[in-house]
Design a protein around this ligand. Structure first.
Ligand code: FAD
Length: 364
């Protein structure tokens, strides 16, 4: 659409953990929401990607949801049952958060293309266009599920799904499900599905289980590794993938049930299932790819931020600043792709961008 809806200083794209944290600090540092900065989100409700997660993901099965700045999550959860659904409790938290700090979010507004126009950014959306001096991009990964390519995928007569599509194990009763992936989501879905039907679990690498909690030091090392990658302009890799799998009671029970029987990756998909290099074939009705996500950055394509290898060279205190163009910050990308990382990165991005654009010296 060619209608100009808003001209503003900073546009925050996305209102998940990363976008809300950024908005909080923009406001705290003196900018007025709806005038000096705006927040856009394509989803219908508060909650970021949490509103789409499967109902059996509860506060006892998530890793840990870090508080947003200024308001504690637990203060917004009614009752203290660990069985509270994450896809209800987190959206509720974000809704209360937005109201508490007066962070108006324009939704649903989907940013389709961002390009440069007369030294400003023009953001095309499904509602009209917006114009801003700077951008904090916080669009997460949920819209960009990753499925690796395997020969024969187009021949498969069954159904291929991704973690993103999962709602409940019951829908798989009576079907044989091949589950691909060695991360936390793969294990959790394997656990649920293997309780109602037969499964085959395949992973590229032998999954690494760790006993005991994941130490703070190991967490810092994992984040530092990803930060180092993005400062060099390499594709980030996943912060969560390097933390290993905790041996929980659920995993002990899976071992006892014999479902943690990991197979190496198949080499080919056939009309009826999957096949390994030695010719062994397993018939399957469903292939469930729990193979992760990539950053949702397609709308930034015209800005040509990517290197040939697909990475983006990042700078700034917490590596949120696009080195090529300091008017653009990516929060929730690379080292800040966790609830705690997104939180801290929002502050760094807000501060650095306001300084760079001189939005502080204007008497605010
Ligand atoms: P999101 O929550 O995805 O928010 C992005 C927002 O941007 C969305 O609201 C979306 O509507 C909007 N958006 C996207 N594209 C556009 C567009 N083009 N225009 C307008 N709006 C757009 N991390 C933890 O720290 N602890 C956990 O326990 C944990 N559990 C997880 C469980 C699962 C199953 C998954 C997949 C991830 C989990 N993570 C966890 C990772 C975690 O979700 C993220 O690190 C964090 O919540 C991401 O926040 P975000 O703001 O970057 O993204």
């Amino acid at each position: 659409s060619s209608r100009l809806l808003y001209k503003t200083g900073i546009a925050v794209i996305g209102a998940g953990q990363a976008g809300l944290s950024s908005a909080y600090y923009l406001k705290k540092q003196g900018l007025e929401v709806g005038r000096d900065f705006i927040v856009l989100d394509q989803s219908p409700y508060p909650g970021g990607a949490w509103q789409y997660r499967w109902p059996s993901l509860t506060l006892s099965t998530v890793n840990r949801i870090h508080d947003l700045p200024g308001l504690s999550f637990s203060d917004t959860v009614s009752g203290n049952s660990p069985e509270v659904q994450a896809n209800i409790a987190v959206p509720h938290y974000f809704e209360v958060y937005e109201q508490t700090f007066g962070l108006t979010v324009y939704r649903p507004v989907k940013v389709t293309v961002v390009c440069e126009r007369d030294g400003r950014f023009r953001m095309e959306t499904d509602r009209g266009f917006f114009s801003a001096q700077g951008i904090i991009n916080a669009t997460g990964t949920w819209e960009t599920p990753y499925i690796p390519a395997y020969p024969g995928a187009e021949l498969f007569g069954g159904i291929q799904l991704h973690t993103k599509d999962y709602q409940a194990a019951d829908t798989f009763i009576g079907k044989h499900v091949v589950i691909v992936g060695g991360g936390i989501s793969a294990i959790q879905l394997l656990d649920e599905i293997s309780q109602v039907t037969t499964t085959t679990w395949v992973t590229r690498k032998e999954p690494s289980f760790r006993s005991g909690p994941f130490g703070e030091e190991a967490g810092r090392a994992a984040v530092a590794m990803v930060e180092d990658r993005v400062r060099k302009g390499l594709p980030p890799g996943s912060v969560v993938s390097v933390t290993g799998l905790p041996v929980t009671p659920a995993i002990e029970a899976m071992k006892a049930r014999g479902v943690l029987n990991r197979q190496p990756m198949f080499s080919e998909i056939t009309a009826h299932g999957v096949r390994w290099p030695n010719g062994r074939e397993v018939a399957a009705d469903i292939i469930l790819w729990c193979t992760g996500f990539r950053s949702s950055l397609d709308h930034l394509m015209p800005l040509m931020l990517r290197e040939e290898n697909g990475g983006i060279v990042m700078g700034g205190r917490l590596a949120t600043m696009v080195a090529k163009d300091p008017r653009i910050h990516l929060v929730g990308y690379g080292p800040s792709a966790s609830t705690i990382g997104a939180n801290r990165a929002g502050r760094a991005a807000a501060t650095e961008l306001m300084d760079y654009l001189g939005l502080r010296s204007a008497g605010k």
